[in-house]
Write a protein that binds this ligand. Structure first.
Ligand SMILES: Nc1nc2c(c(=O)[nH]1)N[C@H]1C(S)=C(S)[C@@H](COP(=O)(O)OP(=O)(O)OC[C@H]3O[C@@H](n4cnc5c(=O)[nH]c(N)nc54)[C@H](O)[C@@H]3O)O[C@H]1N2
Ligand SMILES: Nc1nc2c(c(=O)[nH]1)N[C@H]1C(S)=C(S)[C@@H](COP(=O)(O)OP(=O)(O)OC[C@H]3O[C@@H](n4cnc5c(=O)[nH]c(N)nc54)[C@H](O)[C@@H]3O)O[C@H]1N2
Ligand code: SF4
Ligand SMILES: [Mo]
Length: 691
């Protein structure tokens, strides 16, 4: 392929997928924002510094194999043979489910699709899941139940421009998607966040509930909407079912009770409902703050109930949406790297879906495995008698980002074979037996699907360094060594995408009509897009919802406590989240100097009274301890914190891992871990005292 001097592409990081133009300069690569609708000429600090990622000094250039305890460089053939022989031996001895695969929501659609096919066909394992389980799963489960279909935003981001009021429940886009804020400028924001986040600073109204109490709040807001006559009776009658049962649950959540449980004053609850109900154009949006709980699915359902009662979903200039997180968080959840899923957002237990996909893959439907374990359950089972003894990781750094980090790391270490494909030596790669160096965004072609379900082209500007190969090539090479016909695992992204189109055809996320040609011609294509003459679907649900009767479903949800509540030994609640300058496990952004200067180390935000009681001053090193272990973090005394809550970002490694605190409690439906609530105590770190 000829090398271009400049390409139009998208940022490698979050689901906003800001449009960028990359140019090869004499030294390195430069980036500029384009006038793409989601960012309209804006980028955040991560986007501006993204080219630095391409040339980080410790970029992986050779395959590595562990020998005598050390990872040493080897050639590709040796590395691939080591992996294939190891996998084959484990499969022969223990069966295909002894091999697990862990994918990522940052992978292109092509990679996510081929990874799922590789797992089900080349390995024959059911044991595949991905980090999107930690991200989108609760909103996806609630959205599917309510609307019959899950697409983060069922409308384009630009629809928000006209909003008069927007409720943001547990989302902090001022840090996590800064260019999105320009679309919210005209709206009065109601921000639900236990912290006074950067987004809450810009809100007309900030509701500050205790972590893990959003469901009580959502029930209370529905209660007020009904009692004060703000509901849209015609809409409820014509477009929904299940209102009565949902209302019965909300009926007992009178405002004073909600205030007692959440800490949100009655007057603020009333004002929030009034702002939404009186707005001509109103939206309810959820983020990870409301979703990453052992009741995340019910909590999202609670906010969807509120939106339905106010008549928002499926109407122009109104709606409910979830702010999808990772670069391909949307596409990554549609093409079959999820434990219970086949491409096109099909269910792996649906005989018709198995039949269709098996035909595209040229295999027998009965040969496809059934559903596997969810992400945390998979990690938790590693190295146990019935669990996988080998794991392939593509696009995640679970040593830092998975819950219960000490335990998770111990499980990863107990494997017979850990294989990590990455372009940097992440903390997980450093544990691996084999590390496979891969290409990254500006070195490869592919597609991503952004938070509004719009399919975008990622384009290649440069040749990869050293011996790095694309994930698609790695999967092909491994499959062939496992005895598969090579043509079944194409290495060209366009070929893989064309196969994905066929596999998704007729599914819920139908890409059949989307082609590289149409995308390259500049068409804005949102799925579903069933044929090449179809214009795509920027707005879903305007005529009807995706359930057979066309109606949205209220869910009769009830509040419950988090899996873990404060007690004498652990009197505070720790919640976790993000800062602007770091991304996820930090594997990428901690390698970018400007970002590391902006956010160099883990901190813990603490209310002044709480800090004083603990004998901690601003800037001191604190030990934060939960029933699972401790993390060390620098104290930030923040006057706007709740006295019962502390906050840590999860981007940092080693003893600063916020996930040393979090536990394995899971939502029963989405299997989302409770990242946002751990009971903790906080005290001066002995390390500090000793210094
Ligand atoms: N800078 C940056 N941007 C990112 C990412 C990143 O790592 N860094 N990651 C991307 C990804 S994958 C994702 S998923 C998105 C996530 O984007 P967000 O959902 O905005 O991110 P978080 O910081 O995890 O959580 C949002 C807010 O939830 C609050 N919160 C904590 N507990 C609770 C609670 O119990 N209830 C409520 N209502 N709020 C609570 C936190 O204080 C925080 O301000 O960001 C994407 N963008
Ligand atoms: N405590 C706490 N923990 C959390 C969260 C939280 O809010 N609180 N949020 C959760 C959420 S929402 C998410 S999304 C997860 C994310 O956490 P992770 O899954 O760890 O995500 P990343 O740090 O983006 O890790 C991606 C890794 O894959 C590599 N990579 C990137 N692109 C590619 C590719 O195309 N191919 C290959 N082979 N490798 C690639 C990167 O270099 C990096 O090492 O963390 C979860 N963990
Ligand atoms: S908001 Fe997201 S997509 Fe846009 S520049 Fe920042 S990280 Fe990149
Ligand atoms: Mo995420």
């Amino acid at each position: 392929m000829p090398e271009l001097r400049t390409v139009t592409t998208h940022c490698p990081y979050c689901a906003l997928q800001c449009g960028t133009r990359l140019t090869r300069e004499r030294r390195g690569t430069s980036v500029r924002p384009t006038d793409f609708p989601v960012n309209r000429g804006g980028l955040c600090q991560k986007g501006w510094t993204a080219p630095t990622l391409l040339d980080v000094p410790d970029r992986l250039r050779h395959p590595l194999v562990r020998r005598g305890g050390e990872l040493v460089p080897v050639d590709w053939d040796t590395a691939l043979r080591t992996v294939a022989d190891g996998l084959q031996r484990i499969i022969d001895e223990h069966g295909p489910d002894a091999v697990g695969v862990f994918g990522g929501g940052g992978l292109t659609n092509e990679k996510a699709y081929l990874l799922g096919k590789f797992a089900r066909v080349a390995l024959g394992t059911s044991q595949i899941d991905y980090n999107g389980r930690f991200c989108m799963s609760s909103a996806a489960a609630a959205g599917t139940a309510a609307f019959g279909l899950d697409r983060g935003l069922p409308f384009p981001v630009t629809d928000l421009d006209g909003a008069d009021a927007v409720l943001l429940a547990g989302a902090n886009p001022a840090e996590t998607m800064p260019p999105l804020m320009q679309h919210l400028q005209g709206a009065q924001l109601v921000v639900v966040d236990p912290r006074r986040s950067a987004t809450a600073e810009r809100a007309a109204l900030h509701l500050q509930p205790a972590p893990g109490t959003d469901l009580a709040l959502a029930l209370g807001l529905l209660h007020i909407a009904v009692v004060e006559g703000w509901t849209d009776g015609d809409y409820i009658a014509a477009r929904t079912t299940g209102f009565e049962a949902a209302w019965q649950r909300a009926a007992t959540w009178w405002p004073e009770r909600v205030e007692r449980v959440t800490g949100v004053p009655v007057a603020a609850q009333r004002r929030a409902v009034r702002m939404l109900a009186e707005a001509g154009s109103a939206y309810v949006l959820t983020g990870r703050g409301a979703e990453q709980h052992s009741k995340g699915t019910d909590t999202v359902a609670g906010f969807i109930n509120l939106a339905l009662a106010l008549g928002l979903p499926g109407r122009l200039g109104r709606g409910y949406g979830c702010l999808t997180g990772q670069g391909n968080g949307q596409g990554g959840r549609e093409h079959g790297q999820k434990a219970d899923q086949l491409p096109g957002y099909r269910s792996i237990t649906d005989p018709a879906a198995r039949e269709h996909v098996a035909r595209v893959w040229g295999v027998a439907p009965e040969s496809l495995p059934g559903p596997g374990r969810s992400a945390y359950e998979l990690l938790d089972a590693l190295g146990t008698p019935n669990g996988p003894r080998a794991l392939l990781v593509f696009g995640s750094n679970p040593v830092v980002s998975a819950p219960n980090a000490a335990h998770t790391t111990e499980r990863l270490s107990s494997l017979d074979l850990l294989v990590v494909a990455d372009f940097v030596p992440s903390e997980t790669a450093q544990l691996a037996d084999v590390v496979l160096p891969v290409t990254q965004w500006a070195e490869e072609e592919g597609t991503m699907t952004n938070l509004e379900g719009r399919v975008l082209r990622r384009r290649r500007l440069r040749v990869p360094p050293g011996h790095a190969r694309s994930d698609l090539e790695v999967l092909h090479d491994l499959a062939v060594r496992l005895g598969e016909p090579g043509h079944r695992y194409p290495t060209g992204p366009r070929e893989v995408f064309d196969e994905l189109r066929r596999a998704s055809a007729g599914g819920r996320a139908d890409y059949a009509g989307i082609s590289y040609e149409r995308l390259d011609a500049g068409e804005a294509l949102h799925w579903p897009c069933p044929d090449t003459a179809h214009p795509g679907t920027p707005r879903l649900f305007l005529d009807s919802f995706a359930h057979p009767d066309g109606r949205a479903r209220f869910a009769p949800v009830e509040h419950r406590e988090p899996a873990e509540t404060p007690r004498a030994a652990f009197p505070l609640t720790a919640t976790t989240g993000r800062v602007l300058a770091q991304y996820q496990s930090g594997a990428q952004t901690r390698r970018v100097e400007e970002l590391n200067e902006a956010a160099p180390e883990v901190f813990v935000e603490v209310h002044p009274d709480t800090a004083e009681r603990a004998g901690l001053a601003d800037g001191a090193l604190a030990r934060v301890t939960s029933p699972r272990g401790s993390a060390l973090a620098r104290v930030r005394v923040v006057a706007t914190m709740r006295t019962d809550t502390v906050f840590l970002p999860f981007h940092f490694p080693g003893e600063g891992r916020a996930n040393l605190l979090t536990g394995g409690a899971l939502d029963p439906r989405s299997r989302m871990p409770e990242f946002k609530v751990s009971a903790v105590r906080i005290e001066p770190a002995q390390e500090e005292v000793a210094r």
